[in-house]
Design a binder for this molecule. Structure first.
Ligand SMILES: Cc1cc2nc3c(=O)[nH]c(=O)nc-3n(C[C@H](O)[C@H](O)[C@H](O)COP(=O)(O)OP(=O)(O)OC[C@H]3O[C@@H](n4cnc5c(N)ncnc54)[C@H](O)[C@@H]3O)c2cc1C
Length: 483
């Protein structure tokens, strides 16, 4: 499975033609229609094609890749979506190699300086609009860290380690076992049981929230699974691979390796299962028919689909109610290294509209900071989305400059991406609220009539990109058994 530039270009021009006429000529009844040309859909299609099945991938956007989307207008192609390919991502690493992509390890660039892994507090802390020098933090009035941890930096690194110390799962894959149902309660309850104050939970979990909107609406079972899974990734191999040209190059090369073209601009609006076949209806009036359908659409986008017959009750309920993380990202390009003027790191963890600002080094020179990426999550993402794009970018720069006067006039906004405002994503990764792991995960996976489901939200042993690949593999094998 090798791809080349000519094949990729051919894909692009065929897609343009498809969009121009508005009606793609569907392959005469393939065995399988795959909806969605993100990682999970493309991987299922590649596996099906390799096994000899005929398959047609259709995609609503005018590009492939889904939540792999590289900011190609910015030096080094920073990622709007999936970023790091970790040590245990066997499928991602294999497929990349098979489609001719040589991944590059960016682990050393993920920290602020080559020495940063020795100093996890390299990111600056700014609360209530003021930078708090590290030496002041242990005795600072805003320090609400739990007893015994006053010198620790708040946030994910800290609370994930605490979750690790209190993780009752023997293996992360046990999270869906019946015995684990007792842990399907809020992570807030777990923090309280180990003696954290509400202020400590608010500071560590609810600020720049990773999953959910607060500790109340996330299942501790999701965290026990996720924490142990992340830990394993680092233990297997401490790498953070990225594709040259941006990670979007991987699904582009996967699409180019398929025997047929991906049909772009095909927004699916309904799926019908009949006794001998399934039908997929698109907004442009085209209809595709096949023996089976694999649907890789993200959860909230399935809420807009008409299923005929209706989905089983629990599956419909899962699609209607399982939340997805909200994330809005803004890329800021520095005109000069202003941080050399004030002596602090440009990366900051704040409780302002900047959210969490990461300093990225994506260019040829692995030591040079090429851009800053501001992450607004949860309610902050909602707030940023309530502004126009220009206002949101100006607001983030203004907050950053308030904390860091040395940055005044030195930051240029290069773009903004709200995943929840994107009609083909309508959010980011699936998150599991208390009580839903035990009921909803399986319901999302189960096929319904002739429709099979994949996508990161249906992964059970991995998360992120590797989760998407795992789910595509599972769906492909499910279908191969039936056609
Ligand atoms: C900000 C961010 C950071 C991330 N960081 C990481 C990371 O560092 N490491 C990691 O492993 N993962 C990360 N991820 C997650 C990873 O990118 C995703 O898990 C993965 O790409 C999801 O793939 P998928 O195939 O499940 O879904 P998608 O990529 O969303 O594919 C679904 C496809 O369906 C299409 N579609 C939707 N609706 C329709 C419709 N009506 N008709 C036709 N087509 C439709 C979409 O356009 C899309 O192409 C991150 C994601 C984001 C957004």
């Amino acid at each position: 499975m090798k791809t080349d530039r000519r094949t990729a270009l051919k894909l692009g021009s065929a897609a343009a033609a498809t969009l121009a006429t508005g009606k793609a000529k569907a392959q005469a009844n393939p065995d399988v229609i795959v909806i969605g040309a993100g990682l999970s859909g493309l991987y299922s299609a590649l596996l099906l094609a390799e096994a000899g099945a005929t398959v047609q991938v259709i995609e609503g956007r005018d590009r492939v890749g889904g939540r792999l989307f590289s900011a190609r207008n910015v030096e080094g192609n920073p990622e709007w979506g999936g970023d790091s390919i970790l040590g245990g991502y066997g499928r991602m690493q294999d497929v990349s190699a098979n489609v001719g992509i040589e991944l590059v390890d960016h682990q050393s660039r993920r920290d602020l300086s080559p020495e940063a892994h020795k100093d996890p507090t390299n990111t600056e802390l700014a609360l209530q609009g003021k930078l708090i020098p590290k030496g002041d933090w242990p005795t600072h009035p805003l320090n609400k860290m739990p007893d015994g941890a006053k010198n620790r930096f708040p946030g994910r690194g800290f609370f994930q380690a605490v979750i690790g110390e209190n993780n009752p799962l023997e293996s992360f894959e046990d999270w869906l076992d019946a015995d684990s149902a007792q842990f399907d309660r809020s992570i807030y309850e777990v923090f309280k049981e180990i003696g954290w104050s509400d202020e400590a939970i608010a500071l560590n979990y609810n600020t720049n929230v990773q999953y959910g909107t607060s500790a109340h609406d996330i299942s501790s079972l999701m965290w026990f699974f996720t924490q142990a899974w992340f830990k394993l990734q680092g233990e297997l191999d401490r790498v953070a691979f990225k594709a040259p040209g941006g990670n979007q190059s991987i699904p582009e090369a996967m699409a180019a390796s398929l025997p047929g073209e991906v049909h772009l601009g095909k927004e699916v609006i309904g799926i019908r299962s009949e006794p001998g076949q399934a039908e997929v209806h698109c907004a442009d009036g085209s209809v595709y028919q096949a023996k089976r359908v694999i649907c890789s659409m993200p959860i909230p986008t399935m809420r807009w689909l008409k299923f005929d017959p209706l989905l089983p009750a629990l599956k419909a309920q899962a699609i209607a109610t399982v939340p997805v993380q909200k994330i809005t990202k803004i890329i800021l390009v520095p005109k000069k290294p202003f941080w050399e003027d004030d002596g602090y790191s440009p990366a900051m963890w704040t409780d302002t509209d900047c959210g969490e600002v990461r300093a990225l080094r994506e260019g040829e020179d692995a030591n040079r900071i090429t851009c800053l990426m501001a992450w607004g999550r949860g309610y902050l993402a909602d707030k940023l989305d309530s502004y126009s794009d220009e206002e949101a970018m100006a607001q983030v720069i203004a907050d950053y400059e308030r904390i860091r006067p040395a940055a005044k006039g030195q930051l240029e906004a290069a773009g903004i991406k709200s995943w929840q405002s994107d009609p083909f994503a309508a959010g980011d990764w699936a998150v599991w609220s208390p009580g839903t792991v035990t009921t909803m995960v399986k319901a999302l996976i189960d096929p319904a009539d002739r429709i099979h489901f994949c996508g990161e939200h249906t992964a059970t042993s991995n998360r992120g990109m590797e989760g998407a690949m795992e789910s595509g593999e599972r769906a492909a094998f499910e279908v191969l058994d039936l056609i």
